[in-house]
Design a protein around this ligand. Sequence first.
Ligand code: ZN
Ligand code: ZN
Length: 331
Amino acid sequence: MKIVSGVYQIKLPFPLDMPGHVNVYVVEGSKGNILVDSGWGGSEGLWAFREGLRENRLKFQDINWIVITHIHPDHYSLASKLKEFCGAEVAMHRVEAELINSRYKDFSGLLKEIEEELSKNGVPQSELSELKEASLWMEQFVSPDLPDVMLDDGDRLSNGSFEFEVLRTPGHSPGHICLYEPRKRWLFCGDHVLFETIPHVGLHPQSGDNPLRDYINSLKIVEALKIVFIFPGHGPVFNSLKLRAAEILYHHEQRERAIIKAMSGGLKTAYQIATEIPWRAEAGGVAFKDLTPWDRRLAVLETIAHLKLLTFEGEIGKIDQDGVSLYLAKD
Ligand SMILES: [Zn+2]
Ligand SMILES: [Zn+2]
């Protein structure tokens, strides 16, 4: 689907009949085309991408560069295959590229670290394996090749018709980037700002030390820009960036309040707090116990990210007891 002159959106399905889709974009230029993100791997994703090209009268060979906003499987898995079909170069931020090997090639070490993180934050033994292994099925879709081009914050990418500035926006992922076209006032933003859902920000072995603080700072970077079209990785294209950023910040303030309220009963682990606060507000609110194992893991990691920021700001206290982190609200 052509969104504006020079920009085509292709919606690619999630695998295994999961609901939802990921948006990838082809930006046409006089000196070649840029593909922003690649979608899920597997034959279904490749087929949908080919159909998307055909509907827009584009060809694989028309794509010269594949820019990956971040290496989550829904944005990066198909990159190697598309590179092969298009003869294109793959580019991403160097911080993101550094995570590829530990996340997708030698992930036994990462799994162990995730288990330790969950255990330290109070996830009971009975739930530990389920939460630790909740993302393992995704590996089959990823061809974990390193990029051809390492990007840095402030780099410029031109295809002859449009020139993009690379903006590093850590938070959702530490090397996440947005592509900003200042003359057109476009922002291709991956999972940094979404219109219908709140981007996940959790603390885990690959998240950076204080991801929620990073995320809020990154939100301020893009919020200050004058943008006409925001092209996100999921959901509709939109134009009200300041309003959406304010809604996302409000969501985090509400969650912070819920977390502090849950802490009124004394010392608690992140897991205990996560079980006591509401989740998936956009779906009318879902209790922790009714979430899927994957969503329960995300919920615990998001709670830890909030607790980390609150501790950093001196709003709450933290003690480590017998290898378990316990948090306490201040009076
Ligand atoms: Zn993501
Ligand atoms: Zn995504």
